[in-house]
Each structure stands twice: as structure tokens, then as C-alpha cells.
Design a protein around this ligand. Structure first.
Ligand SMILES: Cc1cc2nc3c(=O)[nH]c(=O)nc-3n(C[C@H](O)[C@H](O)[C@H](O)COP(=O)(O)O)c2cc1C
Length: 340
């Protein structure tokens, strides 16, 4: 029996039949401490599905769609279905919304839950100019009161049917107000706060300060997911230990190795097979050869799994390959497979 107080909707958008695994904390659907971060252009159903299929719900406890923008009115269910995909896994997949149109957000949250989404996340961290122009994403970090109101409206839209969570950066230009921002999300009714420990100004800088996560943990009583530069499996436990966060959310570390949620070593062949399958899925979904190879390269930019890339020079060779057939043939050779 589930300990989540939220009912599981009878009709789910997914075509599979898998039931969600048991949550580990009351009020949230997550089935382990480790979460896959939303990443636009990466964590679409294709990549997310390949990661989820390789993990037990006990290794990876939850994932999210990339942000779905709420602009001029609520997001249609058909649009949400595109982001959610058709497969269903024992690991919960939440839908992330981003927007400043409060009524649009309220109705969109309801639409998402009607579709069976077990958790809705709100994006208050996107640094893209388009988001900032629309007063959405990281722009909300300049107004804790406004952020609190957005969370409150989203929670009202959920009508107690599923939790609403908030994902913030540590601040807009500085991290002095981490506590204020964390408390605003909590006051609005967020069931969990994810804190990406960089500020908007810091972008994706290499150096991170996890004490900002610890400060958020100490400022609120809701569970906090720490996020920022967890690159190895050992970093997940270390972040929990050093900051006291309840969950760790992994972004680019999962592009480096989609197996980061376990401490299992994978073989070179297994790592290459992941990329071949990902490539083939993209093509089966209509991607052109250039597009499919481009998405694989997006992973290879970070990839270390299976020792497939031994040096930066070798990484450069993969990245510079402009002949798509040659790229695909090399990948298949590594995986020990042939062209289907
Ligand atoms: C390519 C890319 C796309 C991203 N898209 C989103 C997004 O749609 N929503 C969001 O909240 N964060 C997004 N992020 C931020 C990540 O979720 C995460 O907070 C950030 O990468 C820091 O974690 P990391 O250091 O583990 O990568 C994105 C990051 C990357 C690299």
C-alpha cells in the first residue's frame, strides 16, 4: 500500500501498465533519494526512458520532464502528453511548468494531474533571456513574494490531488537570500524544494558552494533536494551528508554516466549500446541522421561511462566527426552491433 496521501488517478496517459513503486517519504511520490534533473532538449521521453529502463526504482527515485512553458493561457493536455511520453515506469515522472501567468499555471497544474502526473514542479531557475523577459524562470528569484504567490496558486490548482514542488537557484545575482527564497516556496505550499546551488549570474560555473543547500535545509521544514555538480555516485551520498538534504538531483552527471544512480561499473560495450539505442530511438521518432547524432554528441560532450572515451583528444575526435554514417558505424562497432 502506498504511503502517499495522494490518490493514484485511475486513468493515466501512459500506455504501459507498470505501477509506481513505493514512495520513501510521505507526501511525495519519489521512490529513492536520487532524482534525475529536468534538462531541456535532453530529458525528453527518449533519453529519460533509456535511463529509467536501466534503473530500478530503488536506484533512481524520480525524474521530471523538461520545463513546459505556460504562455498566454494553460498548457493543453496534448502538449503535456508530448513531454510525458507514452511509457510508464515504476519510477515517478513529474511534469515541470514554467510561467508567470498565474491563472494559466493554476489550470495547467490541474490538467497535468488529470493526466496522472504524480508531482508537478515549478521552474524558478531558468536563466534563459526568453524566460526572464516573460518574468518567468529565474526572474522569480527577484521577488520572493511573487514566487510564493505562484506556488500558492499552483497548489490551489492541484486541489490536494498531487504535490507541487519548486525548483530554484540560490539567487539571482547573489546568494545572500537563499533562506528567504526557500521560505517563500515553503510558505506557498511547496511539498519539496529543489535548490540548484548556483545563482542565475553564476550560470553553470565549475565551482559550487554546497553550503547554500545546507542553508536552505536549515531554513525550512519541507524536504530539500540538493542540486549542483554531483558528478560521481559518491557525490550523491556526500551531498546528503554535508548538507542534510533529503534528496539529490543530478543533472549533467547523468549525461556523463546514466548509471550514476548506482555504484555499478559498466562495460565499454554496455555504454556504447546505450548510445546506439538512444540514437535508434531518436531516429524511430523521426529525427534526421544529423539530429540523432547531434543528440548523441550532446551526451558525449560529458560522457565517461564504460571508459568509452579515454581522453579529451578522443572526445574531440568523436565530436568533430561530421560524417553521420561513419559516426554511427563507429558507435555500433563499439557496441558490437550492426546496422539494424
Ligand atoms: C541542457 C540543460 C537543460 C536544462 N533544462 C532545465 C529545465 O528544463 N528545467 C530546469 O529546472 N532546469 C534545467 N536545467 C538545469 C538542471 O536541471 C540543473 O539544475 C543544473 O544542470 C545543475 O545541476 P548539475 O550541476 O547536476 O548539472 C538544465 C540544465 C542543462 C545542462
Amino acid at each position: 500500500m502506498s504511503i502517499s496521501p495522494f490518490p493514484t488517478p485511475a486513468s493515466l496517459p501512459h500506455s504501459g501498465t507498470e505501477e509506481l513503486a513505493e514512495p520513501i517519504l510521505e507526501g511525495l511520490p519519489f521512490t529513492s533519494r536520487w532524482l534525475l534533473a529536468p534538462m531541456e532538449g535532453v530529458t525528453a521521453p527518449s533519453f529519460r526512458g533509456h535511463v529509467l529502463r536501466r534503473h530500478h526504482a530503488t536506484d533512481l527515485g524520480g525524474a521530471f520532464t523538461e520545463f513546459v512553458r505556460v504562455v498566454r493561457g494553460p498548457v493543453a493536455k496534448s502538449e503535456m502528453r508530448k513531454h510525458l511520453g507514452t511509457e510508464r515506469y515504476p519510477t515517478p515522472v513529474g511534469l515541470q511548468l514554467m510561467g508567470s501567468d498565474l491563472e494559466g499555471v493554476r489550470v495547467s497544474v490541474g490538467n497535468a494531474i488529470d493526466l496522472g502526473v504524480p508531482v508537478v514542479d515549478l521552474n524558478f531557475g531558468c536563466p534563459a533571456k526568453g524566460a526572464l523577459r516573460g518574468c518567468a524562470g529565474a526572474a522569480a528569484l527577484k521577488s520572493p513574494a511573487g514566487m510564493e504567490e505562484t506556488v500558492r496558486i499552483a497548489v490551489a490548482g492541484a486541489e490536494g490531488r498531487a504535490p507541487v514542488t519548486a525548483k530554484i537557484r540560490a539567487g539571482f545575482d547573489h546568494a545572500n537570500d537563499v533562506e528567504v527564497l526557500a521560505r517563500a516556496a515553503e510558505a506557498g505550499g511547496a511539498a519539496m524544494l529543489t535548490i540548484h546551488c548556483r545563482t542565475r549570474r553564476e550560470g553553470y560555473c565549475d565551482e559550487v558552494d554546497w553550503t547554500r543547500i545546507e542553508r536552505a535545509v536549515n531554513a525550512v521544514s519541507i524536504p530539500v533536494a540538493g542540486n549542483g555538480s554531483a558528478w560521481e555516485h559518491s557525490d550523491l551520498e556526500r551531498m546528503r551528508r554535508e548538507t542534510g538534504c533529503a534528496f539529490v538531483m543530478v543533472g549533467r552527471g547523468a549525461l556523463k554516466s546514466p548509471w550514476i544512480f548506482t555504484d555499478r561499473e559498466v562495460s565499454r560495450q554496455e555504454a556504447a549500446s546505450f548510445l546506439v539505442e538512444y540514437h535508434d530511438t531518436l531516429k524511430s521518432l523521426g529525427a534526421r541522421p544529423k539530429g540523432a547524432v547531434g543528440r548523441v554528441k550532446q551526451l558525449l560532450n560529458y560522457w565517461t561511462a564504460g571508459g568509452l572515451i579515454q581522453s579529451e583528444e578522443e572526445r574531440g575526435q568523436w565530436m568533430r566527426e561530421t560524417d553521420f554514417e561513419a559516426f554511427e558505424a563507429r558507435l555500433r562497432a563499439e557496441a558490437g552491433s550492426t546496422v539494424p
